[in-house]
Design a protein around this ligand. Structure first.
Ligand code: 4AZ
Length: 819
C-alpha cells in the first residue's frame, strides 16, 4: 500500500542562487507591469471619456423653437401682412435684433443661438412671429429647454448702453418645435411616435408637426395605436389632426386629449393624399404620448349605391373607422314591391363638436327630407313604400365613426309579427308595452295604457311602478309622481322623502333618520360641530357638518384628513369605446371589479378592490356547499383587470391567491343579514390603467333614495341562465327602504338596501354576488355603495335586487383591513 503522507519523495529543491535571482527580479517586474496596467487603464478611460464627451455629451443637437412676442410701442400697418414689403423688412430687422439681444443676455441661451427668422406680423399692438434655431451640446440641451420655457428668462433686460430700446416687447413665448415629414411607402405601414416614446415623456412647451403624404390619387389611413396625453382641460396638451398640410380649423378632423380605452376607435381617413398631425403641449405634466401608424390606400372613388333584396347591411365608408371628410354618399334601397322598407341603425355616431342635433348643418344622414346627426342608440326609420333614399354628407372638418345599418322589408299590415310596433317602426317585445320604461324612443309603448294595481297613473297618462312614487325622481316627466310627497312650506324634505318641520333642520338632532336635515349646516365646511352619528369625523376627532366630504376635492377638515387616501374611484380611460353594444363593459371601465374563481369551477363570485391588498365581497360566497369548504382561502384565485372571462391570460390581467377570508361574524345564512366579507391577497396588486381601487364611503356617507347606481358582474344574464363572458353593467336606482320592505315582505334589515333596474332587462343575478354596486359622486369619483347580496329571482317586476349596505358595515371593514 502506498503511504500518501510521505510527500518528500520525488521533490527536487531549487539551488539557493536561483531562488535569490527570483527574489531580486520579481518585485521590479511586478512594479513595471502594474505601472503599465495603470497607464493603459488611464489612457483607455480618458479615451472613453473623450469619446463619450464628443460622441454623446458634446454632440451638437439642432433645436428649433417657434415663438411670438408683442411689440408695445409700434402701430400695425397693412403692409406688415406682406412679407416682401420694405415695411415688413424694416420691422423684421428690429424685432430680430431685439430677440437676439434677449438671447445674448442669457447664459443658457446666447452661446447656442444660430439664427432667428421673423415669419409674420399680426395686429395687437404688433405681434411678431418667429422661429429660432439653436445648436446646443447634448449636455446643455435640458438647460436650454428650461430657459426657453421660462417666461422670466425671455424678458427684455435693460442694457445700460441701450437706455431707450427702439422696440419695447413683452409676452415673449417660445415653443419647442419639432417637425417631421413622412411619406407613405407602397404596401407598407409607417409608424411614428411622440419624441422619446415610450421611454420618456413628450416635451413640455412643444409644438410638433408630422406632415404625412401619400402618392397622388391615394388617401391616408392614420391610426393612433396608443395615446396617453395630459387629461383633458381647457388648456391641456392636445393633438389635432388636419385633412390638409396647414393647421387651419376648417380642415381639422379631430382634437384628442387624455387617454382612450384600447377599443376606442382612433382611425382617421383623409380625403386627399395629405394629413397633418400636430401636438401642442403646455409647460407642465409628464405623459407618455402616442404611437401612430399610417398607410396609403386608393382614394375612394364612390360610395353608396343601389341595394336590392329583402334585407341587407351597409355602413359609412371605412366603418368603424372615422369616415373621411368631404364625402357624399347616396344609397337607393328597394325591397320587393309587395313589401315596405325600413332602415335600422344599430350604431349611429355622426357628431360634430358644437353642432346641435336639431340643426344638423354639417355632417348628417338624410332620409325622406329629414336629417339625422349626433349620437343615437338603435333607431329605425320606416317608409310606407318599398323604396327609400338615404343620403350621407360629411363636410370639410371633424368626422366621426359613422353608422352601421341594415335594411329590412316588412309587411305593412303586420310590421312586427308577434311584437309591438313603436310609432318609429321599431319592434319591441310585447312585455315592454306599458311597463313604465320608455322602450320606443318616442314613448309610443307607454301611451294609451291601462295601469295595473302595482302601477301609479301619472297625470300625463303614463303608468309607472308604484315604488317609483316619492323617490325624488321625476319619473312621469310631469313630476306628478313626486307631487303628493312634497313637504309643506314650513317643513324640510329629507333625502329619504320624509318631511320634518323646518325648525328641526340643523338643530343637532337626526330628525330625518338619514342625517340629511343635519348635513351642510354651515356654509364654511371647515367649522366644527358637536359629533353625532351622522357627522363626519376628521382624524383629529373634530366633526364637520358637511355631507359626504370625503375625497370631494375640497379640504373640509382642519387636518385635511377628509382628502387623505383618495387615490381611488377613478377610471384611467376617460374616453370609453362607443362600439361595444348593449350592456357589455369596456376594458378598464370598472377597474376595481374582481372575478373570484375556484379551481375547477371557474368564476363563482365578484368582489371589489379597495386597496392594493384587500377585496370586499359577500359572506355568502364562502358558505360551505356540497361538501366543499368555500371558506378555505387556498381554493380561490382573484382575477383583476379582467373584462372577458375568455381572455384571462391577457397581458393586463393580474392574478392573486387569497391569504385570508374574513366573513362578518354576524352573517346570517338564512336572512343574509351582514352579508359581507373582506379578503386579503397573498401579495399586493400593481395599480394600472385597468386595476384601480374603488373609494370606500365613510359610515356617514349619504346615498340618496332615487340615485342612479351601477352594478357590474359576470353573473347570469337571465334567471337560471349562464354567466356572461364579457363583464356586464346595469344602471339601477336606489329604492326607498320602506317601499322596498313592502315589496319584499319585510325581509330587509338595516344592513340591506334595495336597488331596482331602471332600464329593464338586466338585474344582478347569480354569479354577480359579492360584486360592486357603485355610485358616481359629484366629484366624479366612484364610491362603493353596496355589495350584490340576494334577490327574489332575477329581473322580476317589482322585485328589486338586495345589496349589503356599505355604510352600515363600514366600521367592521375598517376594523379588519385598517382602511
Ligand atoms: C345570487 O344568486 C343572486 N337579483 C344575486 C343577486 C340577485 C339574485 C340572486 C338579485 O347570487
Amino acid at each position: 500500500m502506498r503511504d500518501m503522507n510521505n510527500l518528500d519523495e520525488g521533490v527536487e529543491f531549487l539551488p539557493a542562487m536561483n531562488s535569490k535571482k527570483m527574489e531580486k527580479r520579481g518585485p521590479r517586474r511586478q512594479v513595471v507591469i502594474t505601472v503599465l496596467i495603470v497607464v493603459v487603464l488611464l489612457v483607455s478611460l480618458t479615451t472613453g471619456l473623450l469619446f463619450w464627451h464628443f460622441k454623446y455629451r458634446n454632440t451638437p443637437v439642432q433645436k428649433v423653437f417657434n415663438g411670438h412676442l408683442r411689440v408695445l410701442n409700434w402701430e400695425f400697418l397693412d403692409a406688415y401682412e406682406n412679407s416682401s414689403s420694405p415695411e415688413f423688412s424694416m420691422l423684421a430687422k428690429k424685432v430680430k435684433s431685439t430677440v437676439e439681444e434677449i438671447y445674448k443676455n442669457h447664459a443658457d441661451i446666447g452661446p447656442y443661438h444660430k439664427e432667428t427668422v421673423i415669419t409674420a406680423f399680426s395686429e395687437g399692438s404688433v405681434i411678431a412671429y418667429y422661429w429660432s434655431e439653436f445648436l446646443v451640446p447634448k449636455y446643455r440641451e435640458e438647460s436650454l429647454d428650461r430657459a426657453m420655457a421660462d417666461k422670466q428668462s425671455l424678458v427684455q433686460r435693460w442694457n445700460p448702453r441701450l437706455r431707450n430700446p427702439t422696440l419695447k416687447v413683452e409676452s415673449v413665448i417660445a415653443f419647442h418645435s419639432c417637425m417631421f415629414s413622412l411619406h407613405a411607402k407602397e404596401g407598407e405601414v409607417t409608424s411614428f411616435t411622440t419624441p422619446g416614446f415610450p421611454n420618456s415623456p413628450y416635451p413640455n412647451n412643444a409644438l410638433c408637426y408630422w406632415a404625412l403624404r401619400a402618392d397622388a390619387s391615394s388617401s391616408i389611413s392614420l391610426t393612433f395605436k396608443t395615446l396617453e396625453l395630459e387629461p383633458c382641460r381647457d388648456d391641456s396638451d392636445y393633438i389635432k389632426v388636419y385633412n390638409s398640410l396647414s393647421p387651419v380649423e376648417p380642415h381639422a378632423l379631430v382634437r384628442l386629449c387624455g387617454n382612450y380605452a384600447p377599443s376606442y376607435n382612433l382611425t382617421f381617413l383623409s380625403s386627399q393624399n395629405v394629413m397633418l398631425v400636430t401636438l401642442v403641449t403646455n409647460k407642465e405634466g409628464r405623459f407618455p404620448g402616442f404611437k401612430a401608424e399610417f398607410f396609403q390606400l386608393p382614394k375612394m372613388k364612390a360610395c353608396g349605391g343601389t341595394l336590392k333584396g329583402d334585407s341587407g347591411t351597409f355602413t359609412t365608408p371605412y366603418y368603424p373607422a372615422h369616415y373621411p371628410p368631404d364625402m357624399d354618399c347616396v344609397w337607393n334601397i328597394e325591397v320587393p314591391s309587395i313589401k315596405n322598407v325600413k332602415v335600422r341603425f344599430n350604431m349611429f355616431f355622426v357628431l360634430e363638436p358644437g353642432i346641435p342635433v336639431s340643426s344638423c348643418t354639417k355632417d348628417y344622414v338624410q332620409i325622406n327630407g329629414t336629417r339625422y346627426c349626433g349620437e343615437h342608440s338603435q333607431f329605425v326609420v320606416a317608409s310606407t313604400t318599398n323604396k327609400i333614399e338615404l343620403r350621407f354628407h360629411s363636410d370639410q372638418s371633424y368626422t366621426d365613426t359613422g353608422f352601421s345599418a341594415e335594411f329590412l322589408s316588412y309587411d305593412s299590415s303586420d310590421p312586427c309579427p308577434g311584437k309591438f310596433t313603436c310609432n318609429t317602426g321599431r319592434c319591441i317585445d310585447r312585455s315592454m308595452r306599458c311597463d313604465g320604461w320608455l322602450d320606443c324612443v318616442d314613448g309610443s309603448d307607454e301611451r294609451s295604457c291601462t295601469c295595473t294595481e302595482q302601477q301609479f297613473r301619472c297625470r300625463n297618462g303614463w303608468c309607472k311602478p308604484r315604488f317609483w312614487v316619492c323617490d325624488n325622481v321625476n319619473d312621469c316627466g310631469d313630476n306628478s309622481d313626486e307631487l303628493q310627497c312634497s313637504c309643506s312650506d314650513d317643513s324640510f324634505k329629507c333625502d329619504n322623502g320624509k318631511c320634518v318641520p323646518s325648525t328641526q333642520k340643523c338643530d343637532g338632532k337626526d330628525d330625518c333618520g338619514d342625517g340629511s336635515d343635519e348635513g351642510s349646516c354651515s356654509t364654511a365646511g371647515q367649522s366644527t360641530v358637536p359629533c353625532k352619528e351622522y357627522t363626519y369625523k376628521c382624524r383629529s376627532g373634530h366633526c364637520i357638518s358637511k355631507q359626504n366630504p370625503e375625497c370631494d376635492g375640497e379640504q373640509d377638515c382642519e387636518d385635511h384628513s377628509d382628502e387623505d387616501n383618495c387615490n381611488c374611484g377613478l377610471r384611467s380611460y376617460v374616453r370609453k369605446s362607443r362600439i361595444v353594444g348593449g350592456q357589455n363593459s369596456d376594458v378598464g371601465e370598472w377597474p376595481w371589479q374582481v372575478s373570484l374563481h375556484v379551481k375547477g369551477q371557474g368564476h363563482i363570485c365578484g368582489a371589489s378592490l379597495v386597496s392594493a391588498s384587500w377585496l370586499v365581497s359577500a359572506a355568502h360566497c364562502f358558505l360551505p356547499l356540497q361538501g366543499i369548504r368555500y371558506s378555505d382561502p387556498s381554493l380561490w384565485t382573484a382575477y383583476l383587470g379582467l373584462t372577458d372571462q375568455g381572455d384571462r391570460s391577457g397581458p393586463n390581467v393580474q392574478t392573486r391567491k387569497i391569504k385570508r377570508i374574513i366573513s362578518h361574524p354576524f352573517f346570517n345564512d338564512y336572512t343574509y343579514d351582514y352579508d359581507i366579507a373582506v379578503l386579503e391577497l397573498q401579495s399586493p396588486v400593481t395599480f394600472t390603467a385597468v386595476v384601480q381601487p374603488i373609494c370606500l364611503p365613510d359610515a356617514t356617507h349619504n346615498f340618496p333614495v332615487g340615485k342612479d347606481l351601477w352594478v357590474t358582474g359576470w353573473g347570469a344574464t337571465a334567471e337560471g341562465g349562464t354567466g356572461a363572458s364579457i363583464l356586464q353593467k346595469a344602471e339601477i336606482r336606489l329604492i326607498n327602504q320602506t317601499v322596498c320592505n313592502q315589496l319584499l315582505t319585510d325581509q330587509l334589515t338595516p344592513r340591506m338596501m334595495c336597488v331596482g333596474i331602471l332600464t329593464g332587462g338586466v338585474d344582478a343575478c347569480q354569479g354577480d354576488s359579492g360584486g360592486p354596486l357603485v355610485s358616481v359622486e359629484p366629484s366624479s369619483r366612484m364610491f362603493l355603495a353596496g355589495v350584490v347580496s340576494w334577490g327574489d329571482g332575477c329581473a322580476q317586476r317589482n322585485k328589486p335586487g338586495v345589496y349589503s349596505r356599505l355604510t352600515s358595515l363600514r366600521d367592521w371593514i375598517q376594523k379588519h383591513t385598517g382602511l
